[in-house]
Design a protein around this ligand. Structure first.
Ligand code: ATP
Ligand code: MG
Length: 283
């Protein structure tokens, strides 16, 4: 039987979440830090552990069929791959940042200035689109210290919390791109049945992460008021309780409007609200 290969980051910011996602998809494999390749025992898949920079090209060239990598790395390497699924982790922004006392107020003020970055391809396109003629200084790491060393007037770097910028006296100034981890595949692999199966498993894990399972008790006469608040997957399950006139309602609600829903449910007469995480949702 054919075996697929999926490339994930060997170590770094995306490694742990990538491994967790694959394990939540029911895949059993050893996560040896020392090995480059790990077979999955219960699915025809092998996991390749690589530097994230190499993943897009490995996938484009078919050395790996699939890969998990940040969109920033895909755009920077300008590869031709299929985007299969956004994964909701590794979120960050590529931002332009300037020293606190820089005298730069608008993008146009970057004309004639130098910008240090590890993302010259993305930055060049952004500057062209905005009609800015600045000099790009490509450096592979510790970009944030370059203005302090007099190497550049500004930087373009990945930011998630902004803490690193702040501690280096830099202020974010413009967003170049937003990024998150995505599942990519070599062109054409989206038709492959094993890939389709894997994407479905990934989606069921992601859906479950975005929702909570809620059980609550309510007087039968108040049921109408809460049913409109709880669309559920189809509609809520309503079970009679031993106590006359009371029912238990089982449903799922989206994580994002969780707190506002809970207070609306309480206001509508819900009691004994129990909230549980969901492992998978298969539609
Ligand atoms: P590798 O050794 O695999 O080349 P790396 O040092 O290039 O790793 P990491 O710092 O581990 O990369 O980041 C991997 C990815 O995590 C980034 O490409 C980006 O998509 C995402 N990411 C999320 N938040 C941040 C952040 N604050 N800084 C950098 N990357 C971030
Ligand atoms: Mg890298």
């Amino acid at each position: 039987m054919k075996t697929l290969k999926i490339a994930i980051q060997k170590s770094g910011r995306l490694n742990e979440k990538s491994v967790e996602l694959l394990k939540n998809c029911g895949l059993s494999f050893e996560n040896y830090k020392s090995s480059l390749i790990s077979p999955v025992s219960n699915f025809p898949l092998e996991i390749l552990f690589l530097r994230d920079d190499d993943i897009p090209e490995y996938v484009q060239d078919g050395i790996a069929d699939l890969g998990i990598v940040g969109e920033n790395v895909i755009n920077e390497t300008e590869v031709e791959v299929a985007y299969l699924q956004k994964l909701g982790f590794g979120k960050c922004s590529l931002k332009l940042a300037i020293p606190n006392k820089g005298g730069i107020e608008a993008l146009a003020d970057l004309n004639g200035k130098s910008i240090a970055t590890s993302y010259p391809v993305i930055l060049r396109k952004f500057l062209e689109q905005n009609g800015v003629a600045a000099e790009i200084r490509t450096i592979s790491g510790s970009v944030e210290i370059s203005p302090g060393l007099g190497l550049s007037d500004a930087i373009c770097d990945l930011v998630s919390t902004g803490g690193t910028l702040k501690s280096n006296g830099l202020i974010p100034f413009a967003d170049v791109m937003h990024s998150e981890a995505v599942l990519i595949g070599r062109k054409g692999i989206e038709e492959d049945p094993l890939t389709i199966e894997l994407i479905q498993r990934v989606q069921s894990v992601l859906r479950a992460k975005e929702t909570k399972y809620v059980v609550l008790n309510i007087e039968q006469k108040n049921l109408g008021a809460i049913e409109s608040l709880l669309p559920g997957i189809k509609s809520p399950t309503v079970v009679p309780l031993a106590e006359e006139g009371w029912v238990a309602v089982h449903t799922v609600i989206p994580e994002k409007d969780f707190w506002s829903k809970i207070s609306q449910l309480k206001a509508a007469g819900a009691q004994g609200i129990v909230v549980m995480p969901i492992e998978k949702i298969i539609l």
